[in-house]
Design a protein around this ligand. Sequence first.
Ligand code: GAR
Length: 225
Amino acid sequence: MNTAAAAPLRIAVLISGRGTNMLAIARACASGQISGRIVTVIGDRVGATGLAAAQDLGLATKLIEARAWRNEAGFDRAGFEAALREQIDASGAELVVLAGFMRVLSAGFVHHYTGRILNIHPSLLPAYPGLDTHARALAAGDREHGASVHYVTPELDAGPPLLQARVPVLPGDTVDSLSARVHAVEHRIYPEVISWIAARRLHWCGGRPQLDGATLDGPRQWSED
Ligand code: GAR
């Protein structure tokens, strides 16, 4: 395919917190590393301070507060996800990027975006799906930790990993020092994978990722070179 002719990829980014990965993606769009643009940034809680940072960049933002779908009967996940879908689809996004979006999404929601939804996770998947990955790596005495970008499938943090970055665990590391090291590499690998999609190099083909025309059987490994 003639990548030069491809229209800029329309990207929706979902956040729950500081949004530093979202900002790295926005920078990569601005610099041309990603042939794309962020068409909406959605936060699910007032504490998603990344929303203000996105606004400062002139990006369209939307707060869809999960709390608003909580009632005596519990959490109306279907209602919350319907609102999310409406906002994403109205933005015309082709790719949904979960960037520190701390919610488990239903199979129905994930299926709606099959092959068009990515997540970044702070571990070398399949190690440590779920929460508290840095503390778990430290408790296990791991010498190496890292981050993975993966396609999202209904099972939590189990979709095919596309790119991983490894960082050493250093003597005296704490959750804070280790997570800072992981965060730094996340800001490199997330824009990289999105740039592959924007350049139409990475596709979802029959339930498997395909990069540059070949099935990706395991994640590529990030290196600075
Ligand atoms: C990142 O470290 C990301 O890997 C993690 O949340 C952080 C968000 O940081 N995501 C998960 O743990 C998802 N399971 P950010 O808001 O600064 O981008």
